[in-house]
Design a protein around this ligand. Structure first.
Ligand SMILES: [Fe+2]
Ligand SMILES: [Fe+2]
Length: 168
């Protein structure tokens, strides 16, 4: 793989780990507010982002390229409401989708076809992540400030089952 492709994948590993860190901070905020269902959902999402980072990390190593682990920025740790948490989560996913698109474009231009194949998985994953995020945000818009409905949402989010390990 050429330098630009390796650099871009290393940058994406940082983005996935940053997303993991950010979801972890969101989970902690929810836990403190006693939204235990949302806290569980976000913790699982944090683990999923960690798996995304590991998938790219393992790809770098499998291609005999050099991994470069960069510093992680401090994530936002305070939120206005439960709805605010999920609006920010959706915005983060939309940003990651753009990053994956750019990464795909670089890999394609550099004729790094193995990387192109690897990144197909991420393109599909982002479609799903954005879809799930939009659905949750839409539900929060509908329920507004109704405490009973917010508690129902928290309960629903808490039914999320364990993290699926991505397979290539
Ligand atoms: Fe991700
Ligand atoms: Fe994600």
């Amino acid at each position: 793989m050429t330098g630009p492709v390796v650099d871009a994948i290393n940058q994406q590993i940082n983005s996935e780990l940053s997303a993991s860190y950010s979801y972890l901070a969101m989970s902690a905020w929810c836990e403190r507010q006693k939204f235990t269902g949302a806290a569980r959902w976000l913790r699982l999402q944090s683990q999923e982002e960690y798996m995304h980072a590991m998938k790219l990390f393992d790809f770098i190593l499998a291609r005999d390229a050099k991994s470069e682990l960069k510093p992680l920025a401090e994530p936002r740790q305070e939120f206005a409401s439960l709805a605010d948490v999920f609006e920010r989560a959706l915005a983060q996913e939309q940003l990651v989708s753009k990053q994956i698109d750019s990464l795909y474009e670089i890999a394609f231009k550099e004729k790094a076809f193995a990387a192109v194949a690897e990144l197909q998985w991420f393109l599909t994953e982002q479609v799903e992540e954005e879809k799930v995020g939009r659905e949750i945000v839409a539900k929060f818009k509908l329920i507004g400030n109704d405490p009973a409905s917010i508690l129902d949402m928290d309960r629903e989010l808490g039914t999320r089952t364990g993290v699926a390990v991505p397979t290539a």
